[in-house]
Design a protein around this ligand. Sequence first.
Ligand code: FPP
Length: 246
Amino acid sequence: MDLKEKIDKNSLPAHVAVIMDGNGRWAQKKGNQRIFGHKNGVKAVRDTVEGAAELGIKYLTLYAFSTENWNRPKKEVDALMSLLISTINSETDTLIKNNVRLLTIGDITGLPSGVSKNLKELISKTSNNTGLSLVLALNYSSRWEIVNAVKGIVAEYQDNPIEISKITNEFFEKYLNTKDIPDPDLLIRTSGEYRISNFLVWQIAYTELYFTEVLWPDFRRNHLFEAIINFQKRERRFGKTSEQVN
Ligand code: FPP
């Protein structure tokens, strides 16, 4: 029985988020430059997106570039930006053909103009697609997102102070980049690191976490299926007791 058949299609995670880690170590283990790892990471992205789409997952969020990644050597940052442009261009037809809708979270205006222009075009071309929503986190970090939300609230209410009792979780979430996206049910991090690294900190309050030793360039849809099978064995209690949720 292949792995996919072990998945209960009636209790799929609606939203899977992934911290794609280990590209640099994968390349270095092979005696190559770090960018070789990122290039091979694109193959893992492609297979994971296809696997998620074929299962019927609604949202897949990939942490592609954090606000802290600007601190990497310029050569690596430039290479990552070029890789983003070439991947957006080479994958456009496939995304459209497979009914995938592209979304982004993060400060897209802070990306090089070539990247943001290509992204905006692809977002617009895929906006009516109804299959998988592929969310790329680019120039993203949770602390940036939360501070940005506070700025948005202050800007909107500075001349017309809001009643404090109106500030609820639901109110605040409307100012986050993820306002129309459900919270992740499952968060996967590759490469054996056990950190969140400033990713979706607000949104993962009740997300199931899954860590694997696999380095991102080696990650394939079967690894995604393994994570989902593991997820489906868990009891999600959302603060209640086991008796209450059963
Ligand atoms: C983390 O590995 C990976 C990144 C910071 C970049 C992820 C980018 C890609 C997979 C390629 C482009 C993506 C898309 C969506 C087209 P690392 O470099 O931190 O690895 P290390 O921890 O081994 O050094």
